[in-house]
Design a protein around this ligand. Structure first.
Ligand SMILES: [Zn+2]
Length: 472
């Protein structure tokens, strides 16, 4: 598809996604050509053939990069059986109870709903940890997911999940709960890698080897061969880890060590590895992450929803651990958009830092309000995420980078009176009017609308699908 040329002018503020002093740009004009940002400054004049985008009263953010999702769960929000459950019973009563209902049409619809929700929040890259794979399933979920993302214009990374063993007895399990054979799983990842994995600059599609939960989904002797197969293919590694205290207890009982020690022992650490959650970590495990450059997909809303805890993202970031943001699946996060995630992230760590502890039940003076800044959250949610996923040339709002950015118009009452409009989208919560969203220099959202998408039809299809899934 041809790239258009744009000149965005007169933005009120521009956040870059970079850390520290470079987090804000002094530019108010951004020139885009050939899919990249070619110039930033003040008072730029339009060139012949350029479309001018008037960003007066708008703030510009780098496109959000979501590093952990389960898009199929976008039709499993607020399932009554799991609404007040913690992770383990919730897994049984929500995602696992319904996974048999996801034929190709349902998966495509769920993925579309989830991607549209993300697009409308200003997300430009989505990494989907899809783990509903089983023998003889009759369609190719990976192809369906990449196709839906391509139609919407998103950058998409498949985190190819799956299991070679299940939590429960396998005898008599229905087909959709049966595990895969290791060789079948690895060869399917190799096939997906050949078809969709692209290296930089500005790749639109990538793949990661991502068995669902390494402490549960694979046999111990399979961990090392899986890690080596991924490294041979040149793709990164991803999995769930240390989401709840039960993970730690299981690991101690089964392997006589902590989850990150287990990961390190079996070559599952390094700058090409990132884990979702990492809520419960010992001092020694934090040191392993920092020493090896192993990354984190921080999912504060899902961790809150399931009562899992508050992950030590600020502490890990201070130690130099790569931190990114993920929304996790919508079955454990009924607000699976990146702005909502960023808002909660910003609030949750402050509340946590100022809360009383068992050691100091009455609290201690006043503290916590500077533990995470808006600039930190934006950095984790853009540049941090793109680095972890390996999208070269993507993430930052700077000259030479991919033109992936959101232009928010802060015209709702909740944004009136802001002394620093740049922070509005994160601190005020809710979703501002999305004037434009660009991915690779193409407009994929304009005035909160996605060109070519029939929202009424999608809404009706989602209602019908929920009725069907609820009856399963
Ligand atoms: Zn997850």
């Amino acid at each position: 598809m041809k790239h258009d040329s744009f000149l965005l002018r007169n933005a009120q503020a521009v956040l870059t996604g970079k850390a520290g002093a470079e987090a804000r740009s002094s530019a108010c004009d951004i020139r885009v050509a050939g899919g990249t940002i070619t110039e930033m400054g003040r008072g730029l004049k339009p060139k012949e053939g350029e479309r001018v985008l008037d960003a007066t009263d708008c703030v510009v953010y780098p496109g959000w990069v979501n590093t952990h999702h389960h898009l199929f769960q976008s039709l499993l929000k607020g399932v009554p059986a799991g609404i007040d459950q913690t992770l383990t019973p919730w897994l049984k009563s929500v995602p696992y109870a319904h996974r048999g209902g996801f034929d190709e049409a349902a998966l495509r619809l769920a993925a579309r709903v989830g991607m549209v929700e993300l697009l409308l929040s200003g997300s430009t890259t989505v990494a989907d940890h899809h783990y509903v794979y089983y023998p003889n399933m009759g369609f190719d979920p990976s192809a369906a997911l990449f196709d839906e993302a391509e139609q919407l214009g998103l950058r998409f990374m498949l985190l190819r999940g799956g299991a070679t063993q299940t939590r429960d007895a396998e005898a008599g399990a229905p087909a959709h709960l049966r595990p895969e054979k290791l060789d079948d799983m690895v060869s399917d990842v190799a096939r997906a890698t050949a078809r969709w994995h692209r290296n930089g600059p500005r790749p639109m599609t990538r793949v990661a080897m991502s068995p669902t939960t390494i402490t549960i989904s694979l046999r111990t002797e399979e961990l090392r061969p899986v890690a080596r197969a991924a490294r041979e293919l040149g793709i990164p590694l991803h999995s769930h880890l240390s989401e709840t205290v039960s993970y730690i207890e299981h690991c101690r009982e089964a392997f006589d060590c902590l989850p990150l020690e287990y990961a390190e022992r079996h070559e599952w650490v390094g700058p090409d590895v990132w884990f979702a959650h990492l809520v419960h970590l010992s001092e020694a495990e934090r040191a392993i992450l920092a020493r090896t450059g192993t990354g984190m997909a921080h999912c504060p809303q899902s961790n809150g929803r399931l009562g899992s805890g508050v992950a030590p993202a600020p502490d890990l970031a201070r130690r130099g651990v790569p931190v990114s943001l993920g929304v996790d699946g919508a079955a454990s996060n009924e607000a699976a958009d990146m702005l909502s995630e960023a808002h909660q992230c910003w609030l949750m760590h402050r509340a946590h830092a100022g809360a009383a502890s068992r050691a100091r039940p009455e609290g201690r003076g006043e503290e916590g309000a500077d533990i995470v800044t808006v600039e930190d959250v934006v950095h984790w949610g853009s540049v941090g995420g793109a680095r972890i996923l390996g999208f070269e040339g993507v993430g930052a709002l700077e000259v030479g980078a991919a033109a992936d950015f959101a232009v928010y118009r802060l015209d709702e009452p909740r944004y009136m009176g802001l002394h620093d409009p740049a922070i509005g989208p994160v601190v005020s919560g809710s979703r501002p009017h999305l004037k434009w969203l660009l991915v690779d220099g193409r407009i994929v959202v304009e005035d909160d609308a996605i060109p070519g998408l029939d929202m009424d039809r999608m809404r009706a299809e989602a209602r019908t699908a929920v009725k069907r899934l609820a009856g399963l």
